[in-house]
Design a protein around this ligand. Structure first.
Ligand code: AMP
Length: 352
C-alpha cells in the first residue's frame, strides 16, 4: 500500500490526469505530472511537473526516482520509454497492457483469442493488401492506422467501389488495419477497476454517442439493446483485465451488434465515457483508479441517480448556461483557447 503523503507519477498532461490528480489529492496523495507540452492542464493541480519528451531517458529517470508508483493518462507512451520506466518504478497498469492497447491489431487478436467478438479485420501494408482485404471482408469498411489513432483520427471510411490504390496513398505508408463496418444499434463501454489482488468493480454501462468520431454524450441507463448485451461485454472486460494482470481502471469500447457485443478497442486508463462517474456514481473512476494503484480497497460503482447524462464541451467552454439546472455539474479543463473538436470540458446531469 502507498502510504498517505506518497507521490503518484502521472504520464501525460491532459484532462484525464487532471481529474486523477484531484482524486489523488482527496485521498492524501501528491501527484507529479510528466508531459512534453509547455503548460499541461494536468499540471495545474499537481504538486510537481516535469517537462520532458517521451524519449528523454534522463528526465524519465529523475521522474521515476521521485514517485512511488507511475500511471498513465495517455497510452501512446513510446515502447522504449515504457521499458525504461518499468525498470525504474512500479507501473500500474503494467507495460504489457499499454503494448497491447497501443496496437489495434494486437488488441483485436488478444481479445479474439479470449473468445471476444470483433469486426472482421485484416492487416494492411500495401495497396494489394487493401484490395485483398476489401474483397475478402467486403465494403463498407474502415481503414485505420494500427498505432496513434484516437477520436477518429487516422481513419478512412471506405465504400464499395473505392479505389484501393488511391485510398492507400492517403495513409502515407502507415501500417494499417482494415475493418468491416459493423451495423451497430448503439455504442457502449465497459469500465472495470481491478486491484493487484484481483478484486474488480464494474461501472454501470453507458451508451456513448459520437460526433465526427469523437465522444459527445454518455447516457445512462442505456437503451435495452445495450442492456441485453452488457453482461457478455462485462465478462469479456473482466477476462481481459485478469489476463493482463491489470491494476487500475481499464475501458473496453463495444458496438451493440446484430449478434451480440462487438469489441472495438480498449484504453488502459480512465476514459471519457466514465466522466459521468464523478457525480453519477458512488465512487468516481478517477478515485477507484487511484485506490487500485495505491493498494486501497475499491469503492462502490452504483449510480447515484436513476439517470445520468454526460455531455462533452467540444471546441467550446460554454457550459455555464447549463448550471441554471441545479442537477448539472460543470467541469472545465483549463486548456485555454478552444479549437474545433478539442475536449474543453464536460457537463454532467444526475437525475435522482
Ligand atoms: P475508434 O477510433 O476505433 O474508436 O473509432 C471511432 C468511431 O468510428 C467509433 O466510435 C465508431 O463510431 C466508428 N467506427 C469505428 N470502427 C468501426 C467499425 N468497424 N464499424 C462501424 N463503425 C466504426
Amino acid at each position: 500500500m502507498i502510504a498517505p503523503g506518497g507521490t503518484i507519477g502521472i504520464l501525460g498532461g491532459g484532462q484525464l490526469g487532471r481529474m486523477m490528480a484531484i482524486a489523488a489529492a482527496q485521498l492524501g496523495y501528491r501527484t507529479h505530472v510528466y508531459a512534453p507540452e509547455e503548460n499541461p492542464c494536468g499540471g495545474d493541480v499537481a504538486a510537481e511537473v516535469t517537462r520532458g519528451e517521451w524519449t528523454d531517458n534522463a528526465a524519465l529517470g529523475r521522474f521515476a526516482d521521485a514517485v512511488d508508483v507511475a500511471t498513465f493518462e495517455f497510452e501512446n507512451v513510446d515502447a522504449g520509454a515504457l521499458a525504461y520506466l518499468a525498470e525504474h518504478v512500479r507501473l500500474s497498469p503494467p507495460a504489457r497492457a499499454l503494448e497491447v492497447a497501443q496496437d489495434r491489431l494486437a488488441e483485436k487478436r488478444f481479445v479474439a483469442d479470449l473468445g471476444g467478438r470483433t469486426a472482421p479485420f485484416a492487416p494492411v501494408d500495401s495497396p494489394d493488401d487493401l484490395a485483398r482485404a476489401m474483397a475478402d471482408i467486403g465494403a463498407p469498411g474502415i481503414l485505420k492506422t494500427v498505432r496513434f489513432g484516437y477520436d477518429g483520427k487516422g481513419q478512412i471510411r471506405i465504400a464499395d467501389g473505392d479505389d484501393p490504390a488511391a485510398i492507400w496513398a492517403e495513409m502515407n505508408g502507415a501500417p494499417s488495419i482494415y475493418e468491416g463496418f459493423v451495423d451497430f444499434a448503439a455504442e457502449f463501454s465497459v469500465i472495470v477497476a481491478r486491484t493487484a489482488e484481483g478484486a474488480t468493480r464494474v461501472y454501470p454501462v453507458p451508451e456513448n454517442r459520437h460526433e465526427d468520431g469523437i465522444l459527445a454524450h454518455s447516457l445512462l441507463p442505456p437503451p435495452d439493446v445495450v442492456t441485453r448485451q452488457s453482461d457478455e461485454a462485462i465478462a469479456l472486460a473482466e477476462t481481459v483485465a485478469a489476463k493482463l494482470d491489470y491494476v487500475g481502471v481499464l475501458t473496453l469500447e463495444f458496438f451493440a451488434g446484430p449478434d451480440g457485443p462487438v469489441f472495438n478497442e480498449m484504453a488502459p486508463r480512465v476514459h471519457n465515457s466514465g466522466h459521468w462517474t464523478i457525480e453519477g456514481a458512488a465512487t468516481s473512476q478517477f478515485e477507484n483508479h487511484i485506490r487500485a494503484i495505491c493498494g486501497l480497497p475499491l469503492g462502490a460503482t452504483r449510480m447515484t441517480g436513476t439517470r445520468v447524462e454526460m455531455h462533452n464541451l467540444l471546441g467550446n467552454i460554454e457550459g455555464h448556461a447549463a448550471l441554471s439546472d441545479p442537477d448539472v455539474h460543470l467541469h472545465l479543463y483549463g486548456k485555454g483557447e478552444p479549437r474545433p473538436g478539442r475536449k474543453m470540458g464536460h457537463v454532467t446531469r444526475v437525475i435522482v
